[in-house]
Design a protein around this ligand. Structure first.
Ligand code: SF4
Length: 726
């Protein structure tokens, strides 16, 4: 990306933060609170339902061709018709022919992202039909002539005040509308009249049941049901992935979809019916039903081992709402031609192509907070990494590509963006910078270097660069006298991740001393980087090589009975989760099962029978009242409670940050086009930390530490530094 393109992107993002960010943040955070409560209500059943739902979608996609045949027989047996459209043009031609046959002048529609995908409104308007959106949010978008910014709430980026202005202008109202009640009542009256005039009703379908030819419509406004009842010709448009085998398969989804989408145990209008409906028509005509199943790239996605999982998506939007970047900027930045949010990358790559996905794919930082929110357990960050890799591989080499050849590992293509080469090769950068420190630190921060880093690489000049240490953690460990206990309770490899080894060496020393104090024998071998840095840039084959190299070194230790303890949470996430995509299953499982987060391990030693629970004490000096900010990957892996428990056990008074994300996300906040977004995401955390100034700030992740320093002007302490006097 050129410097000009980065600047343009930054300005576009800034514009959307200013115009839509506040409303998107308010609405998505409200949806999150409701979802957390609704899911808590399910208790342990939530996980069981997710597993069931995932199994049903896996089976459905596996059996899809056969299920479409069964469905066709069922629908035709009910008196309806099925049309399988290969692409948008094919689908629109069929819909137009149905509307022509029905002599339709007015078509009422309920909300459907699939109809947005094929742009059916434009297709019908081209033959003179008036298309009326009957979902309130879609109506707002239609009047505003905008695209939806959110899968479930298409106008979620608009405030009540903005909608009032829009309605008052559009309908030229003498008595201006103001409140949500007034706006809703007006829309209802307006739409009732349109329902009376309509000849054709078009809906989507949340699920389509092959066994019975039934469709399930889940809404909160009753407009989908009304669309079906008030018109004699019903067209349902659905992606082929909506087909499930049996009516009983609907069960888990009925429990999960509304909870995941809006935080309700059941949406206000949940209709399951087998059209054409039996209700007598209003004008004495006949009821007809047309099910249009859309392929538009989906069958190819089904054959794609990585994009296939996208087809399990039930479009609940939990992943959008839980995403910190989405909360700040909304779907008009974090979205493509139709679909928005993290999963939008998979949809856009599959149905519209890589160019549409490329426009927003980088906004997924791989923090993984969405993974536990998805009701069908889709690995959304992995889909984003795969698409990023494909985008990288599609880039044309520039004229001066040969100059930077050395920065591209053999596994990666020429043409790879220089910014991605830089951050994806952070291991090389760190090795060289450490070996030449402090000169490298001085040189990197000299104004000409900062200018060049900004201009050619896109490293934000406002960000302070990390200070590399000449003496690495490994150097320190090798140079000291061994202090291992004669009969160690455990033998532990303290994994020297890039940050702990080259930059934040004090926390590594603290980790070694803590483990030794608890009676462990500790080793700090020369282990390659985990592959996190290249993975975050979509350099998957490089990440795979790194993951294999790291496993090569660690496996002999594990086979010999050693445990692996990791200080940096994102590296533990590689060992526990991401390596599942990079290593053979057996190698991944062996490393995952024997790797621990530092405080998880310390907690186990303190609570278990092996460790000496009295061996650890709180640091003698310093504030005992702390405020702790957890790393996103710690949350996803369910590990944050161990740090709090250990600190409390040692007498610290621990408050935790209420904010879910600091906004930095590794290299993301260093990229000049995303710097302002990163600071915006972190602003809530900054406010809370400043409000609790009397507490010492503690954080586990390197990027959280860098961001907090930028937000509040004070560098946080790593929790392990509260355990040792050094
Ligand atoms: S990926 Fe999962 S969380 Fe996101 S919209 Fe689809 S089903 Fe919902």
């Amino acid at each position: 990306m050129t410097a000009d393109a980065r600047r343009a992107k930054r300005e576009r993002i800034r514009g959307l933060i200013e115009s839509e960010g506040e409303t998107v943040a308010k609405n998505t955070r409200h949806l999150n609170e409701s979802r957390y409560a609704a899911i808590e209500e399910l208790g342990e059943a939530h996980e069981e339902l997710r597993t069931l739902a995932r199994d049903i979608k896996e089976e459905s996609i596996e059996r899809l061709p056969e299920l479409i045949e069964t469905l066709t027989e069922s629908v035709e047996g009910n008196g309806g018709e099925v049309y399988v459209a290969s692409d948008a043009a094919d689908a629109n031609e069929y819909v137009r022919s149905v509307c022509r046959d029905a002599g339709a002048e007015v078509v009422v529609k309920s909300k459907s992202m699939t109809t947005e995908e094929i742009e059916v409104n434009e297709a019908l308007e081209s033959i003179g039909c008036e298309v009326v959106e009957t979902d309130l949010g879609e109506l707002v978008i239609q009047i505003a002539e905008e695209s939806p910014s959110h899968i479930v709430g298409p106008s979620l980026h608009k405030s009540t005040e903005e909608i009032a202005v829009l309605f008052n202008d559009h309908f030229d109202l003498e008595q201006p509308l103001e409140t949500p009640q007034e706006l809703t009542a007006f829309a209802r009256d307006h739409l009732v009249e349109k329902f009376r005039q309509a000849d054709v009703g078009m809906t989507g379908a949340n699920f389509v049941v092959a066994e019975t030819g039934s469709i399930a419509l889940i809404t909160n406004e009753g407009n989908a049901r009304k669309t079906v009842e008030a018109t004699n010709t019903h067209i349902a448009v659905a992606g082929v992935e909506k087909v499930i085998p049996t009516l009983s398969d609907l069960g888990p989804f009925m429990e999960l979809v509304a909870r995941s989408a809006t935080g309700e145990s059941l949406s206000s209008y949940t209709s399951v019916f087998s059209p054409p409906i039996a209700t007598p028509p209003f004008d004495g005509g006949e009821r007809s039903f047309h099910l249009v199943l859309i392929d538009n790239g989906r069958m190819a996605m089904r054959e794609d081992p990585h994009l296939r999982e996208t087809l399990y998506c039930v479009r609940c939007s939990a992943c959008l709402n839980s995403c910190a970047n989405f909360q700040s900027v909304g779907g008009h930045a974090f979205g493509g031609e139709t679909y928005t949010g993290g999963i939008g990358t998979g949809w856009e790559a599959g149905v519209h192509g890589l160019d549409s996905a490329a426009a927003f794919n980088d906004l997924c930082t791989g923090c993984s907070r969405c993974v536990n929110q998805c009701p069908v357990k889709i690995d959304i960050p992995w889909i984003n990494e795969v698409v990023r890799d494909r985008i990288n591989r599609g880039a044309d080499p520039g004229r001066f590509d040969f100059v930077f050849e050395g920065l591209v590992p053999d596994e990666e293509p020429a043409g790879l963006d220089l910014q991605k080469r830089f951050f994806g090769n952070f291991e090389t950068v760190a090795r060289v910078a450490s070996a030449t420190a402090p000169v490298s630190n001085w040189l990197a921060n000299a104004p000409p270097s900062r200018w060049a880093l900004d201009r050619f690489v896109g490293v934000e000049p406002e960000r302070e660069l990390p200070a590399f240490r000449r003496e690495t953690l490994r150097d320190w460990f090798e140079a000291r006298e061994p202090t291992n206990a004669e009969e160690p309770v455990r033998r532990v490899v303290c994994y020297p991740d890039l940050y702990t080894n080259y930059i934040e060496t004090d926390r590594g020393k603290g980790a070694v001393e803590t483990l030794e104090a608890l009676g462990c024998e500790v080793a700090v071998p020369d282990v390659p980087a985990s592959g996190r840095a290249p993975l975050s840039q979509g350099m998957i084959e490089t990440a795979r090589t790194k993951a294999e190299d790291a496993a090569d070194v660690l496996e002999p230790y594990i086979e010999d009975g050693w445990d692996v303890v990791v200080v940096e949470p994102s590296d533990l996430a590689m060992f526990r989760r991401d390596n599942g995509h990079l290593l053979p299953a057996e190698r991944h499982e062996r490393l995952a099962e024997n790797s621990y987060e530092l405080f998880e391990y310390v907690y186990g030693l303190l609570e278990g029978s092996e460790g000496d629970g009295t061996a650890l004490r709180a640091k003698r000096s310093g504030n005992r009242e702390v405020i702790y900010h957890r790393h996103c990957q710690q949350r996803t892996l369910g590990l944050e409670a161990y740090t709090v428990a250990v600190l409390e056990r040692l007498g610290y008074d621990v408050a935790t940050s209420r904010t879910e994300c600091c906004g930095m996300a590794g290299s993301f906040g260093y990229k000049s086009e995303y710097y302002e977004l990163s600071m915006e995401v972190g602003s809530l955390l900054g406010e809370q930390l400043l409000a609790e100034r009397d507490r010492r700030v503690v954080a586990s992740g390197t990027s959280c530490t860098d961001q907090i320093e930028a937000l509040v002007g004070e560098r946080p302490t790593h929790p392990v530094e509260l355990l040792v006097d050094r």
